[in-house]
Design a protein around this ligand. Structure first.
Ligand SMILES: Nc1ncnc2c1ncn2[C@@H]1O[C@H](COP(=O)(O)OP(=O)(O)O)[C@@H](O)[C@H]1O
Ligand SMILES: C[C@@](O)(CCOP(=O)(O)O)CC(=O)O
Ligand SMILES: [Mg+2]
Length: 383
């Protein structure tokens, strides 16, 4: 039995970090995916381990099924589907991952591999399996690779159970109905918890459902944009870790609760105003340029508040200065601390100007690309 899944990465247009503390945020799916191939071998194949292949990195990890069963039975914990991984269970999983001697320069993959083992065992126990992963997303850059990893894995594992069933077909890919997507999203969130520590759930939700969403305290509202929302994405290539940045913001909240809550409230207003600007009907009195100017101002305000939270970086500052020379507005996206920066490309901007901006940013050592915004979420294909 075999299934393939793909789940998209995302950009956050406003509200990252503040969303962890209950503010509204806006996110859109992008057309860069994590792909999973999941196979449950037939007994005749004599395959007796749970195997994970990270194809982009040329790494393969494998745990004998019997070894996994003995380790979990010894501590008398068997994770069940959709339950949060307990501290004891996570400790065991971390030790099973540590045994694999991940190369030192790839040690940042450990949390993802722990999430993989947890998601797998919570659905299929210790059944032998083969899982192969590839990703079109830069990892650890603010484009939600961790969530698309968890969503594509959760969907693949659940697809070979009775829990979910297929709803529709489009271009060779199958989609799930809303209640099945909710189950996948819930399971993926448990994986994100292992990678992020305290995620808001926005990344796994946008990766599962796709499109453009407004998200607050676990609830999503789908929004329709009446503006093209063309974004230039600049990857500063400065590595960072979402878990550390999220906990840094919580520490700042602990030190300055009043000031930080005022920042979160301001961001809540920014996200709501952004949503209504994006959704304003094309027939309204305000021209597209007028609305783009408003979006740019809101992006700049949001960036200023992210700086107040301490999650910007010199490399992000360099992108802001370079794009400001061309009167373009930018903000970091995702957890910050490096990673990716968004720049709105207004409808009337000429391709010559875009080329010049890209040339200048790339001369600083950054990597620029454009992504389609607001596309499909999770998709499945049975092999
Ligand atoms: N394709 C993948 N293979 C293995 N681990 C992955 C993959 N994609 C994401 N991860 C895990 O997610 C982590 C990056 O997540 P995070 O710091 O939240 O950044 P982002 O979600 O913005 O890419 C990686 O360090 C790794 O543990
Ligand atoms: C900073 C945060 O708002 C988004 C993190 O996104 P990413 O992992 O940097 O792609 C955290 C969260 O919402 O869980
Ligand atoms: Mg992440």
């Amino acid at each position: 039995m075999e299934v393939r899944t793909r789940a998209p990465g995302k950009i956050i247009l406003s509200g990252e970090h503040a969303v962890v503390h209950g503010s509204t945020a806006i996110a859109a799916a992008i057309d860069l995916y994590t792909h999973v191939l999941f196979r449950l071998p037939a007994p005749s194949e004599n395959h007796e381990s749970v195997e994970l292949e990270l194809k982009d990195m040329g790494l393969v990890f494998s745990w004998p099924s019997q070894r996994l069963e003995e380790a979990f039975t010894a501590i008398d914990i068997i994770p069940s589907t959709l339950e949060t991984c307990s501290p004891d269970c996570l400790k065991l999983i971390a030790s099973l991952v540590e045994e694999k001697n991940i190369p030192e320069d790839k040690i940042w993959l450990s949390s993802g591999i722990c999430a993989f083992l947890y998601l797998y065992i919570s659905v299929h126990r210790f059944k032998p399996a083969m899982v192969a992963i590839t990703s079109e997303l830069p990892l650890g850059s603010g484009l939600g690779s961790s969530a698309s990893f968890c969503v594509s894995l959760a969907a693949a594992f659940l697809s070979l159970t009775e829990v979910i069933s297929i709803a529709d077909e489009k271009n060779g890919w199958l989609t799930l109905n809303k209640s099945n997507l909710e189950i996948v999203n819930k399971l993926a969130f448990e994986g994100e918890k292992i990678i992020h520590g305290k995620p808001s759930g926005i990344d796994n939700t946008i990766s599962t459902f796709g499109r453009l969403i407004m998200f607050k305290s676990g609830e999503l509202v789908q929004i329709e944009s009446t503006i093209p929302l063309r974004m230039l994405i600049t990857n500063t290539k400065v590595g960072r870790n979402t878990k550390a940045l999220v906990s840094g913001v919580s520490e700042r909240v602990f030190r300055h609760p009043g000031a930080m809550h005022a920042v979160f409230t301001a961001i809540d207003f920014i996200s709501k105003e952004l949503a209504s600007t994006i959704e304003t009907p094309a027939t309204s009195d305000i021209s597209i340029t007028g609305r783009e100017n408003k979006i740019e101002e809101l992006m700049e305000m949001n960036q200023g508040l992210l700086e107040c939270m301490g999650v910007s970086h010199d490399s992000i500052g360099a992108v802001l200065r370079a794009t400001a020379k061309y009167k373009l507005a930018s903000k970091l996206t995702g957890a910050g601390g490096g990673g990716c920066v968004l720049t709105l490309l207004p409808t009337l901007i000429s391709s010559t100007v875009v080329d010049k901006v890209v040339e200048e940013l790339e001369s600083l050592g950054f990597k620029c690309f454009k992504a389609q915004v607001g596309g499909e979420g999770l998709q499945i294909c049975y092999g």
